[in-house]
Design a binder for this molecule. Structure first.
Ligand SMILES: C[S@@+](CC[C@H](N)C(=O)[O-])C[C@H]1O[C@@H](n2cnc3c(N)ncnc32)[C@H](O)[C@@H]1O
Length: 285
């Protein structure tokens, strides 16, 4: 849907890129170059490592789902984040492929806020590991999604996939800043901006390491002021309907089939999966 509407553009920008799903789904030749940005430096490390050291990321990611390992990664992450950003800031090619792989592995074992649940100490032993049980009923880990059947654990089953991602990223700039700093540069003609900020709805729990309940409202204010720019905004119906009405933009409803929506038992996920919308700015018509 997004790429059908965009067709081609000079610059495609994802200021809240996370896994950069939309940029990576672009058909060949859809943009001349792109900018993927996220405030979380660990996301930038993943992209940088995929670009420069895809084989090493593949090796680091290649492990079976291990509840205790996931727990250990989660706890070591906070200190690592500081160390990684300090090094990335002073060397444009520095990256930590080992931690890039671990972060992807850890996130692929959980959905939403479960990955961030915090425990100060291993308090529930001997009952078990004090962290939410990974998604075992409906496993969607990186090891079950890609290359199942090949049990090498040396990364070779991910090699082609990661090389493909690295190739796609060769046309991307990866930045790590607040979206407002990035947006100043994207009013230029030929740009398309895809906004997927953290939901502003109050009833959700903290989901990202760099989360915010306010940023989505500020993005929508920017969209209202910049109706001549080609922007796409995604969020829940309660966020998108007023934006579409105020700007006279096209609104499209769509249904997720991943995340919580994937878990049939989870009523909240099922309900929210039907609330997703996309708004295309008036400049698209
Ligand atoms: C809804 S997720 C984006 C998901 C993404 N579309 C994908 O394909 O995975 C929102 C992202 O915004 C990032 N973020 C939160 N506040 C931000 C800010 N002020 N500027 C830039 N990124 C921010 C979070 O770290 C998170 O990765």
């Amino acid at each position: 849907m997004i790429w059908e509407r965009v067709e081609k553009c000079k610059t495609f920008v994802e200021p809240f890129c996370g896994s950069a799903a939309v940029t990576l789904a672009a058909p060949a030749g859809a943009f001349h170059h792109s900018i993927v940005n996220d405030l979380d430096p660990l996301v930038a490390n993943v992209w940088r490592a995929l670009k420069y050291k895809p084989d090493e990321v593949a090796r680091a990611i290649d492990m079976p789902m291990d509840h205790i390992q996931i727990h250990a990664i989660r706890h070591a992450l906070e200190d690592k984040r500081v160390e990684i950003v300090a090094k990335m800031l002073f060397d444009p090619e520095w990256c930590d492929p080992e931690w890039a792989g671990r972060v992807c592995y850890q996130l692929s074992c959980y959905i939403g806020s479960e990955a961030l649940e915090h425990y100060d100490a291993p308090r529930s032993l001997p009952e078990g590991v004090p962290h939410a049980v990974p998604s075992i009923a409906n496993p969607r880990t990186i090891s079950s999604v890609k290359g199942s059947g090949k049990r090498s654990f040396d990364g070779s089953r991910y090699r082609d996939w990661f090389l493909d991602l690295a190739t796609r990223l060769s046309q991307c700039a990866v930045t790590c800043c607040d979206w407002t700093r990035l947006i100043k540069r994207m009013e230029a003609e030929g740009s398309v901006v895809f906004f997927d900020p953290p939901y502003s709805v109050k009833e959700r729990v903290k989901t990202y390491s760099f989360d915010s309940f306010d940023v989505a409202g500020k993005v929508r204010e920017w969209c209202v002021k910049n109706q001549r720019a080609r922007w796409i905004y995604t969020g829940y119906d309660t966020e998108c309907e007023p934006l579409a009405a105020t700007t006279g933009s096209d609104l499209h409803r769509w249904k997720t089939n991943g995340g919580y929506a994937h878990q049939k038992m989870n009523g909240r996920g099922m309900a929210n999966s039907k609330r997703e919308c996309l708004v295309f700015s008036p400049a698209f018509t």
